[in-house]
Design a protein around this ligand. Sequence first.
Ligand SMILES: [Zn+2]
Length: 488
Amino acid sequence: MKSIHFAAVLAAGMAVATAPAVYAKPKKATAVAAPVALAPADQAVVLRDAALKDNNAYEFVAALTTRFGARPAGSASEKAAADWSVEQLKAMGFDNVRVETFPLEIWQRGEEKLEIVGPFPQNLVATALGGSGTTPPGGVEAEAVLFETYQQFSASTVDLKGKIVVILQPTVATQTGVGYGANSGSIRRQGPEIARQRGAVGYVMRSLGTHDHRFPHTGGTRFLGADGVPAMAISPPDAEQLERILKLQKEGQAGPIRLKMLSTPKFLGTGQSQNVIAEITGAKRPQEIITIGGHLDSWDLGTGAIDDGAGVAITMAAAKTILDSKVRPDRTIRVVFWGSEEVSQPGDKGLSGANAYAAAYKAEFPNHIIAAESDFGADVVYALSLPASDSPEFTKQVGNVLYPLGIYVDGAVSTGGGPDTSPLFSAGVPVMDLQQNGMDYFDTHHTPDDVLDRIDPAKVDQNVAAWAATLWLIASTEVKFKGVAPKP
Ligand SMILES: [Zn+2]
């Protein structure tokens, strides 16, 4: 599926709804007309259509990725992008724009190379996992023990002392990303440490990618400093090459597989990262807060366009659409560009920016109406999942305004709003999820191919329209939601 013409979808959808005149001849308007007191549901339609016609999300993610490239957590580039974002948000007219810093242990990629020494010598395309350990400067050569699945690795009692563990399990593409979710915690996060505990000297995994190109996918594993085992991800075609060699080995046509691994990341000690925060102060109930955003850091291989330049741009542009309408919401809308979402930290921790935000604003949580994050690429939104609410009317209204965009209200209660909202969710804050189509997301996620070229501007527009309309309805009505965890 390539570009979808949402204006056309919208026109078709609106044929059965009210006030269709505006859709017949789309105007090249750049801003919403002068403020008029419309009912929240009507204003949500105005904002949705204003965002579809024009918004600054694509422009923002283009500028971010062009000016700063990769934005690794705690790097000078991440900081420069944060400082630039502050200037941009101020110039756009947001209130209370600020940076909040927090400490971070820094891991930096070094030299990396992986090769089959025998039985069929050749190079593999591989990259180190974030937080993984180092090989000696000259690399480490060892016999490989290959497992088709992570479960086989966990269940096996074979001696791994002095060996390199290889996990060949593929990741299946799904709309929801469930395939990635299942594999990232086990194969990428825990696998290397379990291999180390069993005496392995290296760990290699098939990338958590759903394509057949020769890109390796990085991503965080447990951060154990100098104690960690060197761990790398190979591209899917390289994993299939190893599978074929394993088959020959099983048929007695090839000897043991020996790998040579070189990976020399550095642990740079304690540095600093930051969250960027901007607000639209609510006109009537400013103490009631809606927190939205994405994460500003990215992996170092690409330019972090889909992960998560798109997410910060979509949520910011949705709020900016409201700002430009000159009609203030009743409640405060807070946009957060979280820092350091991607990287793990000592003690099996992570989400440092999200945790810093949660610690700083804990006292406000009883007044956090809802939280949501966009961190699943730049493809279209197909469903909104909401927490339980006190207003069936709200659910009906939001359904009406989103349906013409091809978005349905999911009947199930939302239990996830993205990684950076997870500390809020755990503390009882209700979360919602504008669910994006993830079928292609893990084709480029955490690879050198995560660049602006992967983003379709029309799909970004659909996202911004959905966010702007949904935000407005929450920010300008009295709807209340219920968190799943107990409120603090
Ligand atoms: Zn992300």
